[in-house]
Design a protein around this ligand. Structure first.
Ligand code: WTA
Length: 671
């Protein structure tokens, strides 16, 4: 039954797109050799189906617990779950100490590759040394259990160490991706009331030094608008990475090497309850302000370690695993830091971009470290397709045995290219669907079990109950599309939005009674396999990064030239979606350039400053009007038609139907 059938901007995937997918007939059965030795067999599904709680109990028992749990799930305060709640454990102990304790200290945890070519090899024993010193360093700054720590670092080993050191002392980390602006940083630090910020002087990006510390300084500086900005922050701990000049505030600012390096490499982990928060991660919400999603310890670690083991079929003694995500996103949290490290994997950690200093950099790294498992995003694959197969063809990629995809729907052409050119037609592809909210992978093939179809994420993993429902919340039949929901609680589910229980309930649980609403459209094909169709709300997916139309609209109207702004996500061959903004400039402000391009450039820079480079619109079009319904709601669907160069759809609900003609004419005249 539907309590609130209105899905913002919702659209069930059209019959047209569904029929296109029906024509996909290629399937790829698991390799016999892989199936014979896979970590998961078909029995896994049977076991989970018979008793999913027992299935998750067994998965949780693979973790190292200080005090064993007795209760698996307490759902009495739904939709806030408590998993394994009377057990105690420590995330860092599971990811690091345990391996050393059990004789795996000499195994390489990370082959770190800096963008300029510097490298470090860090074993699990090295990591233990580092996390213990860092934990003692944090304690010396007065940070303790339950305190929040903001981390704004490049993709360097200290980022992993900082996260694990927080977990070790029971502090809650909030990692903020390096592509966010000072303004976004301020918002997130304030919302979490962080006591400490860990940053670096800068990072290496496309051969240049990208400054980070100055953005932290700017975020922490009180302004007229925010006179009490970030008052919670007592210290800024700065890693020296690039060596660039950095302003310094005595008393507040400290160097990582001064605080951490002299500490003793001995520290007893803080044993926390399973439901102790592990981290907060901000993600775009449908309203303007980002949501601080938070995850707790026992259930989250169970979910990430288990899925990493069965989906990537990890064999820690022999595999070299490389997840190309940034630790600033959930993929980095779950599939660089927690999942793989709990499983004792050997990983590659790369600081830079795929085309620095040349377009073969990734393939060179795979050849050099004999990477066996690669986990990346469709936007990267499409970029490599554009650069051409001649580049990867120059490298020996025969070490690869399994490929993963995440972040957005992967189109069948990109899937086939990934399989043929990168995987040598030999490696299975796991297309993994999940979200920051879900904590770990929920829909994916299992490499030793599932026969895959290019472009389909296939089925829920064992122990997970998903459904595709129509507007009324009823399951759709095979061959039909609808909204993706999760019908049973799962261990790594988010526990809430930091400081806002109501928003947690209303965002995810009010659309369909008792079911988690993911915000994605999906279809079941004739076999009942799942095809993800993208977001049905105002969330855009640009290169796998989540952005909302409203947050960019807010940024645009905060510029003095802009009277009104409407933003849409338009299809883009490389980035999946791209930000396209329609703006109306003010008539009562003098000095606004008449040249649309000049306005666009200024506004693009403004968005960059307000949110960060990742949110910069691809196109900004100056228009006289935007289409609205009679009740004043912007009709983004029509703007999307314009942005994607399609004939404009049904305009009968427009308050003024001539608006679309005016936009078209204005754009044609401007070109
Ligand atoms: C999208 C990233 C199709 C989806 C892990 C989801 C996908 C959003 C896939 C979450 C996939 C992620 N196929 N779509 N394999 N993986 N998505 O929170 O729209 O950054 O809701 O988590 O990405 O993005 P988030």
């Amino acid at each position: 039954m539907v309590r609130d059938a209105h899905v913002p901007g919702g659209h069930v995937p059209s019959r047209h797109t569904l029929e296109n997918l029906h024509t996909e007939t290629r399937t790829f059965a698991p390799l016999v050799g892989m199936a014979a030795h896979a970590n998961a067999t078909g029995y896994e599904y049977k076991k989970a189906k018979a008793d999913s709680l027992e299935y998750w109990r067994e998965a949780a028992l693979r973790l190292s617990w200080k005090q064993p749990f007795t209760e698996i799930l307490d759902w009495s305060d739904a939709p806030v779950a408590r998993w394994f709640h009377d057990g105690t454990l420590n995330a860092c102990d599971n990811a690091v100490d345990r391996h050393v304790r059990e004789g795996r200290g000499d195994r390489v945890a990370f082959h770190f590759v800096g963008e300029p070519g510097d490298t470090q090899t860090l074993t699990y024993a090295d990591m233990l040394d580092r996390v213990q010193r860092a934990a003692n360093g944090l304690l010396s700054l007065g940070v303790g259990k339950g305190d929040r720590v903001a981390i704004y670092l490049p993709q360097i080993p200290e980022a992993v160490v900082a996260m694990l050191a927080c977990a070790r002392i029971g502090a809650i980390h909030s990692v903020i991706f390096g592509g966010f602006s000072a303004e976004s940083l301020r918002q997130r630090i304030d919302d979490a009331e962080a006591k400490l910020v860990i940053t670096a002087d800068g990072g290496n990006r496309r051969g240049a030094h990208l400054a980070l510390k100055p953005l932290v300084d700017e975020a922490l500086a009180p302004t007229a608008e925010h006179p009490t900005a970030c008052e919670s922050v007592k210290h800024v701990l700065t890693v020296k990475r690039t060596g660039q000049e950095t302003a310094w505030q005595d008393g507040r600012d400290l160097w990582w090497h001064d605080v951490v390096d002299p500490q003793l490499p001995e520290h007893e982990p803080e044993w926390v309850e399973a439901e102790h928060p592990l981290f907060i991660l901000y993600t775009s919400g449908t309203t303007g302000t980002p949501k601080g999603l938070y995850h707790t310890t026992g259930g989250y670690l169970t979910g990430v370690a288990h899925t990493h083991r069965i989906v990537f079929d990890i064999k820690p003694e022999t595999d070299v695993y490389w997840c190309t995500a940034d630790v600033g996103w959930v993929t980095g949290h779950s599939y660089i830091v927690y999942g793989p490290m709990i499983n004792g994997a050997t990983q590659v950690l790369y600081e830079g971009t795929p085309n620095t200093p040349h377009e073969g950099r990734w393939w060179e790294i795979i050849q050099e470290y004999k990477v066996t498992i690669l986990y990346t995003a469709p936007t990267a694959i499409r970029t490599f397709m554009k650069w051409g197969h001649a580049i990867p063809d120059q490298y020996d990629l025969t070490s690869l045995r399994l490929l993963g995809s995440v972040g957005e729907p992967i189109n069948p052409e990109a899937w086939m290219w990934y399989r043929n050119v990168i995987g040598g037609d030999r490696c299975p592809i796991v297309d993994t669907w999940w979200q920051t909210e879900t904590g770990s992978i929920l829909i994916s093939p299992l490499p030793g079990v599932t026969a895959t179809k290019p472009g389909s994420a296939m089925t829920a993993i064992p122990g997970i109950a998903v459904e595709v429902v129509d507007d009324s919340g009823a399951p759709v039949r095979n061959g039909e599309g609808g909204y993706l929901v999760i019908t049973e609680p799962w261990p790594s589910m988010l526990r809430g939005i930091w400081g806002d229980r109501h928003r947690y309930q209303s965002t995810y649980w009010n659309h369909f009674d008792g079911m988690y609403f993911a915000g994605d459209g999906a279809k079941k094909d004739v076999d009942g396999d799942l095809w993800l169709m993208g977001r049905v709300d105002d969330v855009m997916n640009v290169s796998g990064h989540r952005l909302t139309t409203t947050e960019i609209e807010h940024a645009l109207v905060s510029h003095p030239w802009v009277a009104e702004a409407a933003v849409v996500g338009a299809n883009d061959e490389i980035t999946g979606q791209a930000v396209v903004a329609f703006v109306i400039v003010r008539s009562d402000v003098e000095g606004i350039p008449t040249d649309g391009e000049a306005v666009a450039t200024a506004l693009r820079n403004h968005v960059r400053k307000q949110i960060g480079p990742l949110a910069k619109p691809r196109d900004i079009l100056v228009v006289a009007e935007v289409p609205k319904t009679r009740s004043g709601k912007i009709m983004r669907r029509l703007l999307r038609d314009v942005a994607e160069n399609r004939p404009v759809g049904d305009v009968t609900t427009l308050a003024d139907s001539s608006v679309m003609d005016a936009i078209r004419e204005g754009l044609a005249a401007g070109k």
